[in-house]
Ligand binder design. Sequence first.
Ligand code: KG4
Ligand code: ZN
Length: 335
Amino acid sequence: MIVLGIDTSCDDTSVAVVKDTTTILANVISSQGIHLDYGGVVPELASRAHLTLLLPALESALQTAQCRLADMDAVAVTRGPGLIGSLLIGLSMAKSMCLATGVPLVGVNHMEGHIFAGRLSHPALTPPFLALIVSGGHTQLMHIKDWGIYDLIGKTRDDAAGEAFDKVAKMMNIGFPGGPAIDRVAKSGDAQFVDFPRSFLDKTETEFSFSGVKTAVRTFLMGRTEEENNRDAAHIAASFQEAVVDVLVKKSIHAANALHLKHILITGGVACNTRLRAVMTATAGEAGMSVSYPPPVLCTDNGAMIASAGSFHFSQGNISSMSLAPDPRAPLVMP
Ligand code: KG4
Ligand code: ZN
């Protein structure tokens, strides 16, 4: 089974070809540098960039995989959640290709794609397990009962973890996207320099909140001179990162314990964070749990994870109609 996967949910234009759910034949990702000057994704610019980048990405993916469109068993495409204009570009192209070739269309939830990034990188990964999905738009704890059967255990009440990384990096003027910049700068910093607040909410609470720590960093920076902030950038970045990692790790371990789960998958862009990986692996180990995380290229947005999730749904007979509409807030699990 060969499936083409398209993801245009945010600011990465990606087209991939995946064989038998877990073998990547091609995974072309065109990142849109255009947003760098703004310190954040500009939705209208993202849609326009998808328009110009999508066809070349498709051609390159087919060439790398040595396939033709007609060889595909299905075309999988992200239908949401994401930016409406960006989703529309990917979905319109997927539908056009399906109409022209007769290949079936499979609409995929972007969050399920992030879960399938774990299956792609670890084909032996078997439910049940806990998934911590941490990206620029989402922070969710999911109980993966089986492939396709999920329970939402908790999510953020305000900012996503990645959003907090991006906003703090912007305040500190250290680059966009903020996550990789903070990860890099924090390496030489002292994480105990500032005791930024951890929003544990309630001890048993599985929901997250990251707007408080973001505001705390802003208040801290504003109370000091630019010179002092520049001098201590590594320490401030490390202290902020530690506060976010502390909450993500403790809540994940707590949720896994409560559900008697022995394995945690961390996925989504923030799962690239080196400190999160290290602390989660060590803490889970002490709790008798194991952790897996996809390689960075599969943690951030990519078409391969969409092709993999699409392959699963196609094999279950889940085919979408040509009237499938993009859904910017598509829930993976109905509340
Ligand atoms: O999954 P993703 O590519 O897109 C969404 O679906 O949102 O995640 C992008 C997010 C950005 O907020 C980015 O700053 C964050 O992932 N990110 C990181 C790291 N690499 C990417 N956050 C922390 N540390 C990193 N190394
Ligand atoms: Zn994503």
